[in-house]
Design a protein. Structure first.
Length: 416
C-alpha cells in the first residue's frame, strides 16, 4: 500500500467513469503501454495461421511465420493505410492488401508492389508491416503497442508462476471460439467488479453456496489474485450440486487444487479464471467512455471422460448465471455514477485489490484525485499542473498487502 496516497481509502471519482477526455488519456497512458492477450499458441499451429485483435483504434495481427516463429504486426498496409485482413482469425501464407495488392510475407516483409518502378526512389526494405512487440507467456500470446519500460507478462506473473505451473498452460487447447459481449459501462467498472469480493454474499448466492466463507483476495504490484475452494457440503442448487458431484480428479493437479477456483486479474484489463476442469481468459476492451467489449474464450487439456465433460458444461451453467448477475450490477453502478450527488466512495480495508487499482490510476493520471471533472483541455497541459504540484510520477507502487483468508463477507467473482 502506498502510505503517501492521501486518497488511499477512497474510490476513483465518478467523473472518471464517463469523461471523454479522461478516457482519451487512459488510452494513451494505460492501454497503449499495456499487454493485451490475443490467443493461445495452439490457435495458430501452422505457418500463415493468424489471429487479429482490434482494440483502442488499432488492429494487430499475430501470425506464425514459415520459420515457425510467432510475430505481430499492425494490420495496416504501408501504401495507403488500408486494413489488410478481416475477421478474427484465418490462414494466409501471403498478406495481400485488397486495395492495391501490396503483398507481405508472414514475416512482415514487403514482397510485392504492382508497378513498382513507378514509385521512384523508395526504401522498400523499410516498408514492411510495422512490427508489434509480442510475448509468449506459457503458451498465451500477448502484444504491446508501446514499451514504457514496464514489466513483461512473465515478470507480472512471477509471484504466481509456481501456482499456475500444475495447470500445464502450454498444453491447453480451445474449447470453443472467442465470444464478444458488449456492455454499456466504463471498462473500469468491469474490472472493479471482477476483483470485488464484498458483493458476493448479496448478489451471487450461487458462489456463496459453492464457496461458503473461504474466499480470499490479495493484490500484488501488477496482479490481483482471488481464490475460493469448492465446499463439500452439497449445494441446494441442482447445477451446483451436480458440479460438485461430477467434477473428477485431475491427475496433473496437486490435492490442494483439485477443488479450488482461482482468479488472476492482470493490469489493467485481463483475467484468467482457473478451474480444475478448464481455464478461461477474459479481457474488457474499452470502446468509449461508457462502452466496453468483453472478449472471452475457454481452454482445457483434452480429456474425454464423461465426468469431465459434465463438469465443464455445469461450470458454464453456473457462471452463465454469475455473468447475468454481474451484468445487472455493473449497469446499476454506471447509471448511479451519472448522478451529480455521487463523487467518491469509501473503500473497506478488505477491498485491497480495488484500493491498489485506484492508487495506481491516481499515480498514472493525477487528475483522478479531483472529485469533480477539471475544465476541458486539462490533458493538454503536459506535464500536468497537478503532477507538478503533487510531485507524483508514473512509477508503479509497492504491492498491496494480502488480506488473510477467509474473508467473512466475501466470495468469488466471475465474468463481468
Amino acid at each position: 500500500m502506498d502510505d503517501t496516497d492521501g486518497d488511499a481509502g477512497w474510490s476513483l471519482p465518478a467523473w472518471t467513469y464517463s469523461d471523454p477526455e479522461f478516457f482519451a488519456v487512459e488510452l494513451r497512458r494505460v492501454f497503449r503501454p499495456s499487454w493485451q492477450i490475443v490467443c493461445h499458441a495452439s490457435d495458430i499451429p501452422a505457418a500463415g495461421d493468424y489471429h487479429l485483435l482490434d482494440f483502442i483504434g488499432e488492429s494487430v495481427i499475430v501470425i506464425r511465420g514459415d520459420d515457425g516463429a510467432v510475430r505481430a504486426f499492425t494490420n495496416v498496409c504501408r501504401h495507403r493505410g488500408a486494413r489488410i485482413l478481416d475477421g478474427s482469425s484465418g490462414c494466409a501464407r501471403k498478406l495481400v492488401c485488397p486495395y492495391h495488392a501490396w503483398t507481405y510475407g508472414s514475416d512482415g516483409r514487403l514482397t510485392g508492389v504492382p508497378m513498382k518502378a513507378s514509385y521512384g526512389d523508395v526504401d522498400w526494405d523499410g516498408h514492411g508491416l510495422t512490427p508489434v512487440e509480442v510475448e509468449d507467456f506459457l503458451g498465451f500470446l500477448f502484444v504491446r503497442l508501446e514499451d514504457d519500460g514496464g514489466p513483461s507478462v512473465d515478470e507480472m506473473m512471477a509471484p504466481y508462476r509456481q501456482e499456475v505451473a500444475p495447470y500445464r498452460f502450454p498444453e491447453l487447447r480451445a474449447l470453443g471460439r472467442v465470444t464478444l459481449r458488449p456492455r454499456e459501462v466504463n471498462w473500469k467498472n468491469i474490472g472493479d467488479n471482477y476483483s470485488d469480493g464484498l458483493h458476493i454474499v448479496v448478489a451471487h448466492p450461487g458462489l456463496k453456496r459453492l464457496m461458503g466463507d473461504g474466499y480470499g483476495v490479495e493484490a500484488s504490484a501488477h496482479v490481483d489474485r482471488m481464490w475460493g475452494p469448492i465446499v463439500d457440503r452439497p449445494s441446494a442448487n441442482v447445477s451446483e450440486r451436480a458440479y460438485q458431484h461430477f467434477l473428477p480428479e485431475v491427475p496433473h493437479l496437486p490435492p490442494a487444487r483439485q477443488r479450488l477456483w482461482t482468479y488472476f486479474k492482470l493490469w489493467p484489463n485481463i483475467a484468467f479464471d482457473i478451474y480444475p476442469d478448464q481455464v478461461d481468459f477474459m479481457q474488457w476492451l474499452p470502446v468509449s467512455p461508457t462502452q466496453t467489449l468483453i472478449r472471452e474464450i475457454s481452454y482445457a487439456i483434452p480429456d474425454g471422460r464423461r465426468e469431465m465433460k459434465a463438469a465443464r458444461y455445469l461450470n458454464w451453467r453456473i457462471n452463465r448465471q454469475v455473468n447475468a448477475e454481474d451484468t445487472s450490477l455493473v449497469a446499476r453502478v454506471q447509471a448511479g455514477m451519472a448522478s451529480d450527488s455521487f463523487t467518491v466512495g469509501p473503500l473497506s480495508e478488505q477491498e485491497v485489490a480495488l484500493r491498489h487499482f485506484c492508487g495506481r490510476m491516481r499515480r498514472i493520471i493525477p487528475e483522478a484525485r479531483l472529485h469533480r471533472a477539471p475544465a476541458a483541455g486539462w490533458s493538454n497541459q503536459f506535464p500536468s499542473r497537478l503532477r507538478e504540484e503533487s510531485g507524483v510520477g508514473l512509477s508503479d507502487g509497492e504491492a498491496a498487502p494480502a488480506h488473510p483468508r477467509p474473508l467473512p463477507q466475501a466470495g468469488g467473482e466471475q465474468k463481468a
